[in-house]
Design a protein around this ligand. Structure first.
Ligand SMILES: [Zn+2]
Length: 69
């Protein structure tokens, strides 16, 4: 039986999205190509703050910590 899939990216998709954000590249959802909402929306982010990238179309989220390797 398949479990319902949680609204999260698989690790490869999350890494891709996070890498793009760190590079300042335009963000689009790796799953559905929807637009990405970033919070907090300040730039540059505070060191060690938690950044959340959320797709406004499918609701998937990816999180990372700014300034961490
Ligand atoms: Zn999406």
């Amino acid at each position: 039986m398949r479990k319902p899939r949680p609204a999260a990216y698989n690790p490869a998709q999350a890494l891709h999205l996070i890498a793009n954000d760190r590079n300042g590249a335009p963000l689009s959802c790796p799953s559905c190509s929807g637009s990405i909402e970033k919070s907090p929306g300040i730039a540059p982010p505070l060191p060690r703050s938690h950044i959340t990238l959320r797709c406004t179309e499918c609701g998937r989220i990816a999180r990372y910590i700014a300034g961490a390797a």
